[in-house]
Design a protein around this ligand. Structure first.
Ligand code: NAG
Ligand code: NAG
Ligand code: NAG
Ligand code: NAG
Ligand code: NAG
Ligand code: NAG
Length: 740
């Protein structure tokens, strides 16, 4: 008891001892005082990684011991720390987007920050903020989907959360980094309005969140390398014009030009510091590197000092000079071996519970054809569909490779798909140390109540045999994607997915099971939209789209299936029947080397393209069912605030039989002639409600939310005319409409 109390107070002390955030002015003053005492070598050292095989973290800077400046540690990545033991495997960005919950977005950021800090990581390499321009884009799952507003909010909350722990966030990848094929040199050609309203928008939100670092991308933009692009990084470029005060770091090996060119264009730091085949090694080059460029005057001392100042100011801004834990792991030994791995666990019950909650909150119930029985006394029981009533199930089958434990020691990039898919592959994966697969969680929930048959492969005959005439068959299937890395191929996919099909004939498996079991419950683990031609099969009573939910995948799903957690996740993208419905493509082949990709669809991604082309998707953006029902009541009250802002108020009621959370969504239609998509997401709110409870909800519209980027005035402009606001449960499930 005394011991427990002591531990608790240490924990409280640890939190209380946190850090003191300083103003940027004060931080720059401290930085400049150090810079005044530094040699050129020391300055260059702070701006250059120590090399891919020398760093203890995934990237380290050179310390300046005599001035008390430590090595700054950078570590992957957006879904939890990678190459490190004793950490939590968090839900992916795309699942976090599915929650449509600022509370959970921020809580995940805080937890990621706490684990980074506990490991001594100064800069957490996330959030990933790349727009899912095409649904097959390999790294789409790391970020928050195709909608700029939702991506912006996910990014903002993550950064606020991470930086609240004194850890720096790194907004990435700047910018228009939207496919894996050819990524080391592809150019994304996009017009100014598309830049501001779509791909740049989340970066504006990251600056709103006071992010201390931004990572420039591998690709070129308009023909110029992102990391050497003064339109993006320079003093008059996108970031600085919008008030960014921190530093820009290259993606690992994303520097392709001489040091003087990238430094003068606006890059501050190169990682990992040396040449890594795909690029890099610019700053430390003996002839064309940063030091010779400073000696020759090609890079001025003022610019050099500015570069160092930005790196150090970010460090002082978050108080990392005092009380920040030293690095206690060694990314060179990801198995935990070696004398530099000090075996510090930063896992906690609170983080595990949060991961489970986010995973449940991100599970999207796409279909539920429930048949019930009302006993003389007590609550409704489910005969078919969800939630499962345990006493009604005598025989059960669990089918599909995706239900079982994956190989946890696949490789450091999780380039495997041999069990359940809880996170994609690449530097955005996490350590995969403690996955609880669906089959284990279902078996422990069932605890012998029903007779169980399993077929934990995608063998079609074995799956059908296990499912035949069972009271319920759970069938699992997945689709995965990841980072190109060093041209890695996983089951024939080189980063980007080859198609929108489920892997390993998952669709056929589902159809074979549905043909023999009239209570087939489908669970999809996928990094993005998949085609679901079978979704209306009458024997498929329920479909749960569970995304890439992180290490508590099994328990979080069972909570939903058995009704302990009322589903409330919503699709952060549309699910359509073919890729052409999305209006963009991945460029796989290019005879002339690195291709040019023209973003001719401009603002029209996903639902915006479908609206413009009269396409009704199978499941629309923002869609997701609940075990209860919600009623909206108006009229919409639209109040004007300071400088033209608006506050939209309405009431939501839980009109069903169990407590639940509604995700109220606001879509805005701009005045005709403004050149905007038919409607765009501009607000959302999670509304938890007990049975019969009502709540008034207010969603604010800021000025930027009602503006277009005017390419003549180069400014945000609220277009004249009538705006239409719709509020509802998805983009197509409109409940209330108003105008202003
Ligand atoms: C790319 O070039 C187009 C056409 O010249 C221009 O409108 C746009 O602003 C440029 N994009 C960026 C991100 O600088
Ligand atoms: C897991 O993957 C590793 C690395 O590919 C391999 O050596 C090992 O045999 C695999 N384990 C199992 C159980 O398949
Ligand atoms: C479902 O199948 C079971 C057994 O195969 C059968 O008893 C039941 O009547 C069927 N229910 C429906 C609605 O088809
Ligand atoms: C639904 O399942 C039953 C077995 O329960 C099967 O007899 C029937 O053919 C199936 N229906 C379809 C459309 O596959
Ligand atoms: C729902 O299930 C019933 C049988 O319980 C079936 O008749 C009906 O076709 C199903 N509806 C859908 C939309 O699948
Ligand atoms: C993009 O436009 C350029 C210039 O018009 C053209 O050469 C290139 O082929 C286009 N790219 C693609 C993938 O169509």
């Amino acid at each position: 008891m005394i011991l427990a109390t002591l531990l608790l107070s240490f924990q409280l002390l640890g939190r209380a001892e946190a850090f003191v955030q300083r103003s940027w002015d004060e931080s720059y003053a401290l930085a400049n005082a150090k810079i005044a005492q530094m040699t050129v070598d020391e300055k260059v050292g702070i701006l250059t990684g120590v090399g891919q095989f020398n760093s203890r973290c995934v990237g380290d800077t050179h310390p300046v011991d005599r001035l008390g400046i430590p090595s700054i540690c950078f570590q992957d990545g957006p879904a939890g720390l990678r190459l490190v033991k004793g950490v939590t495997g968090f839900p992916s960005g795309i699942n976090t987007a599915s929650t449509f919950s600022r509370r959970l977005m921020r809580a995940r950021g805080v937890a990621l920050g706490e684990e980074s800090r506990g490991k001594g990581v100064n800069v957490f390499l996330g959030p990933a903020m790349d727009i899912m321009r095409n649904p097959k884009a390999g790294r789409g799952w790391e970020s928050f989907g195709p909608d700029p507003f939702l991506t912006g909010e996910g990014s903002y909350e993550t950064i606020i959360g991470v930086q609240s722990t004194g850890v720096q966030a790194c907004a990435k990848h700047f910018v228009a980094n939207n496919q894996e094929h050819w990524r080391y040199g592809v150019t994304s050609n996009l017009d100014e309005r598309t830049m501001w309203e779509v791909y740049g928008w989340p970066f504006l939100r990251s600056i709103d969140a006071d992010v201390t670092s931004v990572m420039c991308a591998y690709n070129r933009v308009n023909g110029t390398s992102s990391c050497g692009n003064s339109d993006l990084l320079g003093p008059k470029g996108f970031l600085r014009e919008n008030g960014f005060k921190g530093f820009v770091v290259s993606d690992w090996g994303a520097t392709h030009d001489a040091a003087k060119d990238v430094a003068n264009a606006g890059l501050e730091m190169e990682q990992p510091g040396d040449w890594i085949v795909i690029g890099g090694g610019d700053f430390n080059n003996l002839i064309t590197g940063l030091k010779p460029a400073v000696k020759s005057g090609a890079v001025t001392t003022d610019r050099l000092n500015e570069m160092v100042g930005r790196v150090l100011a970010a460090f002082y801004h978050l108080g990392q000079d005092s009380g920040f834990p030293a690095v206690n792991f060694d990314a060179q030994h990801s198995d935990g071996s070696g004398s530099k791995n000090l075996h510090v666990s930063v896992r906690s019950d609170a983080h595990t519970a949060l991961v489970r909650e986010i995973a449940s909150a991100s599970a999207v119930l796409l279909k539920n054809n429930r048949t019930t029985f009302l006993p003389a006394a007590g609550a409704k029981e489910t005969i078919r569909g969800l939630p499962i009533t345990k006493s009604r199930i005598r025989t059960m089958a669990i089918i599909g490779q995706d239900a079982k434990m994956p190989n946890l020691s696949c490789n450091d990039l999780n380039e495997c798909n041999d069990g359940t898919m809880s996170v994609g592959w690449g530097s955005g994966s996490n350590s995969l140390e403690f996955v609880v697969p669906p089959v284990d969680a279902l078996m422990s929930e069932n605890a012998g109540a029903a007779t169980l048959a399993t077929s934990l492969s995608n063998d079609l005959n074995a799956g059908a045999n296990a499912a035949r005439d069972k009271d319920v068959a759970f069938v699992f299937a997945n689709a995965m994607s990841g980072e190109l890395g060093f041209y890695s191929v996983v089951v024939g996919n080189m980063g980007d997915r080859n198609d929108l099909d489920l892997w390993f004939k998952g669709g056929s498996l589902i159809e074979r099971v549905a043909a023999v079991c009239n209570n087939t419950i489908v669970v999809i683990h996928s990094v993005g939209p998949v085609v679901m031609p079978w979704s209306s099969h009458p024997n498929i009573t329920a479909i749960v789209y569970a995304g890439a939910p992180g290490e508590m995948t099994g328990p979080s799903l069972v909570d939903v299936l058995y009704g302990r957690y009322n589903p409330r996740g919503r699709l952060p993208f549309s699910i359509a029947d073919k890729e052409a419905d999305f209006g963009t493509s991945i460029v796989y082949n290019s005879l002339s080397g690195f291709p040019e990709i023209n973003y001719t669809e401009k603002l029209l991604l996903d639902y915006r393209y479908m609206d413009a082309n009269g396409i009704t998707p199978r499941f629309e953006f923002g869609f997701g069912l609940s075990y209860t029902t919600f009623a909206y009541s108006g009229p919409l009250s639209i109040a004007s605030g300071a400088s033209g802002t608006r506050a939209i108020t309405f009431t939501v009621t839980n009109s069903g039989e169990v407590p639940g959370t509604e995700i109220a969504q606001l879509y805005l239609a701009f005045p005709a002639g403004a050149g905007e998509p038919q409607r765009v997401l501009r607000g959302f709110e999670e509304v938890p409600l007990g049975v019969g409870e009502s709540r008034s909800v207010t969603i604010a519209l800021g000025q930027r939310d009602m503006s277009i980027w005017d390419v003549v005035r180069h400014a945000w402009v609220v277009p004249p005319g009538t705006f239409t606001v719709t509020v509802g449960a998805s983009i197509n499930d409109v409940r209330l409409t108003g105008t202003f």
